[in-house]
Design a protein around this ligand. Structure first.
Ligand SMILES: Cc1cc2nc3c(=O)[nH]c(=O)nc-3n(C[C@H](O)[C@H](O)[C@H](O)COP(=O)(O)O)c2cc1C
Length: 147
């Protein structure tokens, strides 16, 4: 694809997922967008939408759930999921399934890593190794959209 329209949209309560979002966006020379209280509307088709969140009491944040609920498979051609968690990596596949249930292709397995929190500790995560992995993941996801 000549020029791909790529977006990185995320929620982050304590900043861990934001670190991944920024690493992905920096790698792709775009800006990550933090989900606010107003729904996001897409004015043109998106070739690849990165969606990221943390895990809070077993679920993604309601802003992320509502974003996914409103996604239109005609506008969103492909998605890639990234997430941080305290102990339960399943948040990645939970989000992936929600997106797939909207009829949107998810290009890869989700990227997940630990995120520090008072309860789960995970000191200093996401760390430099996590960030370098997520940069690779981002490039690989873009390459997969071309196929
Ligand atoms: C209020 C709260 C609830 C959480 N609940 C869970 C949970 O149920 N399971 C889990 O594995 N991690 C849980 N965590 C840990 C977060 O998922 C983890 O710290 C994540 O990196 C937070 O992402 P964020 O910094 O982008 O908000 C919780 C953290 C907070 C602050």
């Amino acid at each position: 694809m000549a020029t791909m329209n790529i977006k990185v949209i995320y929620h982050s309560s304590t900043g861990n997922t934001e670190k991944l979002a920024r690493a992905i966006a920096d790698t792709l020379s775009i800006q990550a967008e933090l989900l606010g209280k107003d729904p996001i509307s897409f004015s043109e088709p998106v070739d690849l939408l990165f969606i990221g969140d943390g895990l809070y009491f077993g679920k993604a944040n309601k802003r992320t759930l509502s974003l996914i609920d409103r996604l239109d498979p005609k506008m969103i051609k492909n998605a890639a999921i990234f997430a941080t968690y305290g102990g339960q990596a399943k948040i990645g596949t939970d989000i992936k399934e929600l997106v797939q249930n909207k009829g949107i292709r998810v290009v890869d397995e989700p990227f997940t890593c630990k995120g520090q929190s008072w309860v789960f500790i995970n000191r200093n995560h996401p760390n430099e190794i996590d960030l370098s992995k997520v940069r690779k993941y981002a490039k690989n996801a873009v390459a997969k959209v071309g196929r």
